[in-house]
Design a protein around this ligand. Structure first.
Ligand SMILES: [Fe+2]
Length: 333
């Protein structure tokens, strides 16, 4: 574990510097092309309406009308958006019938979040997944996203990028573990997996890990450079907090969220590291954060059931007999 003295989070963290995200993205992806991925992996595609919306909605000068027109090119997404706002805003008088009305109700941040969540989820769900339970997977991703946003607020950095970065950090795993089922299942059945051994296994066996592949695809999808960097570095662990450039960025928030347990790494090692962080960072209180995550999750009503609330898993973390799982990976197709 990196050493973070009690004062370090308050006084010794590097001051926030302007970040050249394009340069960091170039550095992160240097030498990697998607040609490294075996041809048997069927890489996911994201609807162009989703990537256009994600990119344009980050520009504050773009009108709601333009954003609505982008979404209206995708009938499935349009229908899902209208269904969502008509169920989430039951107090609004009358039916919401137009995309522009729906976007106006959700606001820019809420709209971007909805479009990315819905677009990514349908792109990944379109693939079979023999190893990963997709319902539990999306539930865990959303928890990590809310957790990451809370960390970003503590770090006084961009909370929305932190949310999206954490939400997307593992999106490529259902596809990789499905299309390379034999290789992944051999490893997952063989040992007590934690995130570090998992990414080490990927690098040794394949020459890449899912963070690299996910970042490379996200770049090809033209997602913002900050998100590409969040995905690329999400398994950097606590040491990212001492990085002069990224230590107080959404990348650090995303990396802390990756320490929460999930189907691939259901053990308690990540939670134990977060507990240790409490000792050196007074503002970081794991249970308080977990409680807030569970509350926000239910308020967000993105249509993804919270199958494994976070707080009970954090409370049970010290109990050797407790279950911190988030659903299990399947052992056979
Ligand atoms: Fe991951």
């Amino acid at each position: 574990m990196c050493r973070l003295g009690p004062a370090s989070m308050n006084h010794e963290l590097p001051d926030k510097q302007p970040v050249d995200w394009a340069a960091l993205r170039d550095e992160a992806l240097e030498g990697l092309t998607l040609s490294l991925i075996p041809p048997k992996v069927s890489l996911p595609t994201l609807p162009s309406a989703v990537t256009s919306f994600a990119k344009r909605s980050l520009d504050e000068t773009v009108s709601l009308r333009e954003l609505a027109e982008i979404l209206e090119t995708d009938a499935g997404l349009t229908l899902r958006l209208l269904k969502h706002v008509n169920s989430a805003f039951v107090a609004v008088q009358g039916k919401i019938k137009s995309v522009i009305q729906a976007l106006s109700l959700l606001g820019c941040v809420g709209s971007r979040r909805f479009v990315l969540v819905a677009g990514m989820e349908s792109a990944i769900r379109a693939h079979n997944s023999k190893l990963i339970n997709q319902n539990a997977f999306w539930s865990t991703n959303l928890q990590k996203a809310i957790f990451s946003r809370e960390i970003a607020l503590l770090l006084e950095t961009d909370a929305e990028i932190a949310f999206l970065g954490a939400l997307l950090q593992d999106y490529v795993l259902p596809v990789l573990t499905n299309d390379m089922f034999v290789e992944y299942s051999e490893f997952l059945e063989s040992s007590d997996v934690d995130t570090e051994t998992f990414t080490e296994f990927e690098r040794e066996r394949f020459g890449w890990d899912h963070g690299l592949v996910g970042a490379c695809i996200a770049y090809n999808w033209k997602l913002p450079d900050e998100l590409v960097c969040c995905i690329r570095h999400h398994h950097s662990g606590l040491r990212i907090l001492t990085d002069a450039t990224l230590g107080r960025s959404p990348v650090a928030a995303t990396a802390l969220s990756s320490l929460l347990p999930d189907q691939i790494s259901p053990g308690r090692q990540g939670l134990a590291l977060l507990r240790r962080l409490e000792e050196s960072w007074p503002a970081f209180r794991l249970e308080r954060l977990a409680e807030s995550v569970d509350q926000q999750y239910s308020q967000m009503s993105l249509g993804i059931h919270n199958a494994f609330p976070l707080l009970p898993r954090c409370e049970n973390q010290g109990n050797a007999d407790s279950d911190s799982s988030t659903g299990t990976v399947a052992s056979s197709p």
